[in-house]
Ligand binder design. Structure first.
Ligand SMILES: [Zn+2]
Length: 273
């Protein structure tokens, strides 16, 4: 009996402990659940904010890209007229000047004017006809002083002229600018192109000759134009050269006279009209 009672007490105690234990573990479970839930909420919130940050960044980048695009569009707007320019692919109109030098390896097929001088093979027929027509008109005091010059020869001329000025005691800068008034840098002269000729003594007195008068009225019939008129020096960048004539072909020579344009202006006109 005594033992039974004892057992009962023991059991009761055990039940109580179990109950207590169960209650405790229930509490722990609740805490864990709450913790998990809290962590989940924090995690979700974190992910949300991180995503939002990225999106804002992306949007900002997009805005930047589109503003760049806008900038590019602005540039394109400026470029469009250039793109719409017609490309002039005519060997007679090749523009050679300080801004448009010939490539160093430029070559053309040449033909002989005489034993020492050469000209572009495609235009030499008209050059010879023009010289003959002048003679037929009674102009005898006319000769070709200079025609095609290789780029190497142009370099010799250019360097010699600079040295000449340097010998006067001027600085190289001054010597170069004085030289450039009449001699172009190698590759920047029309003589390198084989389509230009210099007449007689290559000086301004040529404008007072019968030959110059004749050329002024008739050279266009043979496709030649005076390349550096006095009033166009600001455009050509070359001082008045009444002795220097350039072959452009009859059609262009007529049109240039009609429009009163030098080659730079005429090419611009053709490209944009
Ligand atoms: Zn010349």
């Amino acid at each position: 009996m005594e033992t039974k009672k004892k057992d009962n007490v023991k059991n009761k105690k055990k039940k109580h402990i179990d109950k207590k234990y169960k209650k405790q573990s229930k509490n722990i479970l609740e805490i864990i659940l709450i913790l998990i839930l809290s962590i989940s909420i924090i995690l979700v919130a974190l992910i949300f904010f991180i995503n939002r940050g990225d999106k804002e960044k992306e949007e900002a980048e997009e805005i930047e890209v589109s503003s760049n695009g806008l900038k590019e569009n602005n540039v394109i707007e400026v470029v469009i007229p250039k793109k719409e320019r017609k490309e002039i692919n005519d060997w007679k109109l090749v523009l050679v000047n300080r801004d448009n030098p010939l490539p160093e390896d430029f070559t053309i097929e040449l033909a002989n004017i005489d034993r020492t001088k050469q000209f572009d093979k495609r235009a030499i027929g008209e050059l010879k006809e023009m010289m003959q027509a002048m003679k037929n008109s009674g102009i005898n005091n006319i000769w070709i002083q200079s025609a095609y010059r290789s780029i190497e020869y142009q370099k010799t001329l250019y360097d010699n002229k600079i040295n000449e000025y340097l010998n006067y005691g001027v600085t190289r800068e001054v010597a170069e600018s004085l030289t450039l008034e009449y001699i172009n840098k190698p590759g920047e002269s029309e003589h390198n192109l084989g389509l230009a000729i210099d007449f007689n003594n290559v000086d301004n007195d040529f404008k007072n000759t019968k030959a110059f008068n004749w050329l002024s009225s008739n050279a266009k019939d043979y496709g030649f134009v005076m390349r550096y008129p006095e009033e166009k020096a600001g455009i050509t960048g070359i001082e008045y050269e009444p002795w220097h004539w350039r072959y452009v072909g009859k059609e262009h020579a007529y049109k240039m006279e009609e429009l009163d344009m030098c080659l730079e202006e005429y090419i611009e006109y053709l490209e944009t009209n």
